[in-house]
Structure formats: structure tokens, C-alpha cells
Design a protein around this ligand. Structure first.
Ligand SMILES: NC(=O)c1ccc[n+]([C@@H]2O[C@H](COP(=O)([O-])OP(=O)(O)OC[C@H]3O[C@@H](n4cnc5c(N)ncnc54)[C@H](O)[C@@H]3O)[C@@H](O)[C@H]2O)c1
Length: 256
């Protein structure tokens, strides 16, 4: 198979919980250019900037072949209590980045979305397929739906190739801790390690053919009973390396 070779990959949210793994994994394969509102440790080609400012998005994308959108407005109740910052950062920021990608001839974008775009279906216990209608039930999922719709618009109107990744609960398998440093004693089908998301991102960047694809991204083997996982394996050849199988499931008593 003839894989693509990205020549420079721009990443937003590079200082974040997932962003750090994206940088580590993708940095072993491609030249990177990183953006975050906070300084990014290390010797990377990085800049402090704000995706809600079009000029920052344009300057990030100039000279890049590919873009990975991995930023989000901080997940605190006072921030998602009004639309202002979530829409500025998640929605307008994403639209700015797609516009900048088109302006500078970027061909492929990986959007880190979220399983919460189909939250209503999930709450109803439905099996999650890629063709379900969006069903956000809170401000954060609403912004993720709007990110996906923006991505789809730029795909249809401007021909950008887009992979939408929908992780559920991002957690480090070694420490079973999440982005807030919370340590979990039990796991479930929604767990996914950030290194496995980074690997799926790498595979999406090098895949020979891509139009507009949506992938659920879940690491635990129980996920197959809840969401359409086959597409990720068949299309990208992805397989979770961090399956959380060594930990007890929710409802099982740890250590017994
Ligand atoms: N953590 C989870 O469990 C989870 C689950 C599903 C999807 N996601 C998605 O994964 C992605 C990464 O989330 P995370 O958990 O690593 O979050 P995070 O808060 O750890 O990282 C987000 C990064 O975005 C940066 N950022 C915020 N505002 C910005 C701006 N205006 N311009 C540029 N950068 C800005 C932050 O400084 C931060 O470093 C997001 O798209 C999120 O929606 C996360």
C-alpha cells in the first residue's frame, strides 16, 4: 500500500492531556508545528497562540501539509455555563483552523471530536453507529457537534480530507488516571489511552485514501458491544495497545 507522507503536521492543544501524547507519537514520524494558549515544553517548533484569533490559525497552518485539531476550552462548569468561551475556542477556533487550512493548501485534517456528539443515543443504550444523528445534551457536546459540522462543510465545499475521531473517556492505562489527575480503581468500555488516540491519528494522516470518515475510538474490548469499532480496524488498521483489560470492570470489586 502507498502511504502518504505528511511533510509538516500542525497540532492545536499541544500542551494538553491528549496533546502531549499526540506530540510524542507524531513527533517520532513527522516534523511538527505546535500551538497552544499556554507554553509548550520542549524544543519543538511551537508557539503560544489562540485558535479563536484567525491570524494565529493562519500563521500555524502556513507551510504545513496536515492539521490535527486537539484543543478545547477548559472543562470547568463556569466556562461551559455560557456559550461564550466554548463557542469562541471550540467552534470559532475550529472554523478558523479549517479556513486557514484551505488558505495554505493543507489537504488533510484530523479532528479530535468526542463520543458525546451522540450522547442522547448513548444514554438510551443504543449501539453507536457512524450514521446516527447528532444528539448533544449539554454545551460541550453541542460544540463538538458544531466542530464536526464545520469539518463536514469544509470537506464538501473545499474538498478537505477529514478524519473525525470520537474518543470517550481518555485515561492513561499505566496509572489509570485522567486529565484531572483522578485515579480510577475500575474501568469500562469507554476507556481509551491517549497513546492509542495518537496512533489512530498517525494512521489517519498516512492513509492512502480518505474522504470524510468518522471513527469511534475506544480501547477496552467491551467497546465492540457498544459502538461500531470495525471501521477503525478495517480502514486504518488500528488496534488498541492499551486495553485496560488488567483492571477490574465497574461493578467488580478490585482485588478479588
Ligand atoms: N479528556 C477526555 O476524556 C476527552 C474525551 C473525549 C474527547 N476529548 C477531546 O480531546 C481533545 C483534547 O482534550 P484534552 O482532554 O486533552 O483537554 P485539555 O484541556 O487537557 O487540553 C486542551 C488544550 O487546549 C488548549 N487550549 C485551550 N484554549 C485554547 C485556545 N484558545 N487556543 C489554543 N489552544 C487552546 C489548552 O491550553 C490545553 O492545553 C479535545 O478536543 C476534547 O474535546 C477529550
Amino acid at each position: 500500500m502507498d502511504f502518504r507522507t505528511p511533510t509538516r503536521v500542525a497540532i492545536t492543544g499541544a500542551a494538553g492531556f491528549l496533546g502531549r501524547s499526540l506530540v510524542q507519537v507524531l513527533g517520532e514520524h513527522f516534523p511538527l508545528r505546535l500551538l497552544d494558549v499556554v507554553p509548550i515544553p520542549g524544543t519543538w517548533d511551537s508557539r503560544v497562540g489562540d485558535v479563536s484569533q484567525l491570524e494565529d490559525a493562519l500563521s500555524l497552518c502556513e507551510g504545513c501539509s496536515d492539521l490535527v485539531i486537539g484543543h478545547m476550552a477548559p472543562n470547568r462548569p463556569e466556562i461551559y455555563g455560557t456559550p461564550t468561551l466554548p463557542f469562541d475556542v471550540n467552534v470559532k477556533g475550529t472554523a478558523n483552523l479549517f479556513h486557514a487550512a484551505c488558505t495554505h493548501g493543507i489537504k488533510r485534517v484530523v479532528l479530535i471530536s468526542s463520543i458525546s456528539v451522540v450522547q442522547g443515543h448513548q444514554n438510551a443504550g443504543e449501539f453507536l453507529t457512524r450514521d446516527l444523528s447528532p444528539d448533544p445534551r449539554a454545551m460541550y457536546p453541542l460544540t463538538k457537534v458544531l466542530q464536526e459540522q464545520t469539518a463536514h462543510y469544509y470537506h464538501q465545499a473545499h474538498g478537505l480530507e477529514v478524519a473525525v475521531l470520537r474518543p470517550a473517556y481518555i485515561c492513561d492505562e499505566d496509572t489509570v488516571s485522567d486529565k484531572y489527575g483522578r485515579h480510577l480503581l475500575t474501568v469500562n468500555w469507554q476507556f481509551i489511552d491517549p497513546r492509542d488516540i495518537a496512533e489512530a491519528t498517525r494512521l489517519a494522516l498516512i492513509a492512502p485514501q480518505l474522504t470524510y470518515e468518522i471513527f469511534y475510538l475506544l480501547g477496552h474490548p467491551d467497546a465492540d458491544a457498544h459502538a461500531e469499532m470495525g471501521r477503525l480496524r478495517e480502514f486504518l488498521g488500528w488496534k488498541a495497545k492499551h486495553t485496560f483489560e488488567k483492571y477490574p470492570r465497574d461493578g467488580e470489586v478490585p482485588g478479588t
